[in-house]
Ligand binder design. Structure first.
Ligand code: AMP
Ligand code: GLY
Length: 427
């Protein structure tokens, strides 16, 4: 069969890389894809954007694509799954209504309240003055969230009331996030360690993937502004077997059951971003897709074929699908462009990827990369996801950083502590 992966980042390269390992698959396309996907033996890229539904449908038809996997949230929230399914295509991902779990934070909060799913206390505001008055009555720190999609930039963890007021003002009065910020959710500040739990869903059955943890702040020890994610590792030892059970029964199952009950069954990947608090796991956010960069650290550990799991989610047969992971930890380090997450440098030549990939247990996923002839150039803030498996967490970290040291581009930087939180639990 032929598979199409929609998107162009490291997550999509990792998906295509894993999909290409399936004996069921003849060809895997990326739309628009990236040089990492193009370079796969079974890989190819088609020059269509992720939001051009008509053109994507035309390609799916023309290339005889049997399964389409949607990477990013924007086309999901805009209804790409409904659009393609109406045209008879098989698509991995939630419907437009189900994608509201990520597309609207207030929807997600109300949904969790209806179904008793543990999350931070919150209030939703459409009126600037009411929002300002509310935060003035609350202690800091407090969390301000733009309701809609804001490319990961819509959340402010305000350490003072002045900062909270500024965040509300930016979203609601200055239009910093456009329409997405016209409504804001003001949320109780939670403390604890974060973990990402992704689950396959087919509308009825829920099967969690291996646990993982992202590193959102740009700097070591979680300092500096938030990014799209500076690295990830899997498994996350903070998620013990007992805690995973709790997450399955208190979060994932009620989410899937609640969506089904409300007439919007959830199919695809359900991503629960969790804070592991003293009072147990609480949902910080839902995402309706594979995490980036968590996927890059999870898929190398998946021993079973990914394609049957994707098909089972589409076909409603997930209960009989076996999914196994290697016990070996995986660490994925993001190499980023100078200036990221602010304005960053671009078009810097990248060398050493082949040397890094020649190391055993190493994969380098292209995130923000363009190719000209045989040369690779940076084209995004997050450029590469340098990923390694190891027999121990420490060995995986050492291997990943050994691979990082092979790769060069002007202004490249990375966090040197990806995976260190796992060591604290293990040692
Ligand atoms: P999000 O974009 O929703 O993932 O939020 C970005 C980051 O903000 C999260 O990864 C958390 O580190 C932080 N965050 C969001 N909500 C809360 C909360 N209620 N309490 C503490 N930190 C939060
Ligand atoms: N790693 C966070 C996200 O995928 O949104």
């Amino acid at each position: 069969m032929n598979v199409l992966v929609i998107g162009s980042g490291g997550r999509e390269h990792a998906l295509a890389w894993k999909i290409a390992q399936s004996p069921l698959v003849e060809k895997v396309y990326g739309a628009p894809g990236n040089p990492g996907i193009d370079r796969l033996e079974k890989g190819a890229c088609i020059n269509v954007g992720v939001n051009d539904f008509e053109a994507l449908d035309t390609y799916i038809e023309a290339e005889g694509i049997d399964l389409t996997v949607v990477g990013p949230e924007v086309p999901l929230v805009h209804g790409i799954v409904d659009f393609l399914e109406e045209r008879g295509k098989r698509v991995f991902g939630p419907s437009k209504k189900a994608a509201q779990l990520e597309g609207s934070k207030s929807f997600a909060k109300e949904f969790m309240a209806r179904h008793g799913i543990p999350t931070a206390e919150s209030r939703t505001f459409d009126d600037l003055q009411e929002a300002l008055a509310y935060v003035r009555s609350q202690p800091a720190p407090i969390v301000i969230k733009a309701d809609g999609l804001a490319a990961g930039k819509g959340v402010t963890v305000a350490v003072s009331q002045a900062e909270a007021e500024a965040a509300i003002y930016a979203a609601m009065a200055e239009g910093a996030f456009g329409e997405a910020g016209a409504r804001v959710v003001v949320e109780e500040y939670l403390t604890g360690e974060e973990a990402s739990i992704l689950a396959f869903c087919d509308g009825r059955t829920v099967k969690p993937l291996a646990s993982s943890q992202d590193h959102k702040p740009v700097g070591e020890n979680d300092e500096g502004p938030n990014t799209g994610g500076m690295g990830a590792y899997s498994p996350a030892p903070v998620v013990t077997d007992a805690l995973m059970e709790e997450i399955v029964w208190d979060v994932l199952v009620p989410t899937s059951a609640g969506m089904a009950k409300e007439g919007t069954p959830y199919k695809g990947i359900l991503y629960a971003g969790l804070m592991i608090t003293e009072n147990g796991p609480k949902v910080i956010e839902y995402n309706v897709r594979f995490g980036d960069p968590e996927t890059q650290a999870i898929l190398p550990r998946m021993e079973t074929d990914l394609v049957p799991a994707l098909l089972a989610c589409c076909n409603g047969t997930l209960d009989s699908c076996e999914i196994r992971y290697s016990p070996r930890p995986c660490v994925s380090v993001v190499m980023a462009s100078e200036g990221y997450p602010g304005v960053y440098a671009k078009a810097k030549e990248i060398t050493g990827v082949d040397e890094a990939e020649a190391l055993e247990d190493v994969a380098v996923f292209a995130a923000g990369v363009k190719r000209k002839g045989d040369q690779l150039f940076s084209s995004g803030g997050r450029v590469l996801n340098v990923t390694a498996l190891g027999n121990t967490q420490r060995a995986a970290m050492e291997k990943a950083y050994q691979a990082v040291s092979c790769i060069h581009f002007e202004g490249a930087f990375y966090r040197r502590d990806i995976g260190a939180k796992a060591l604290k639990h293990l040692e």
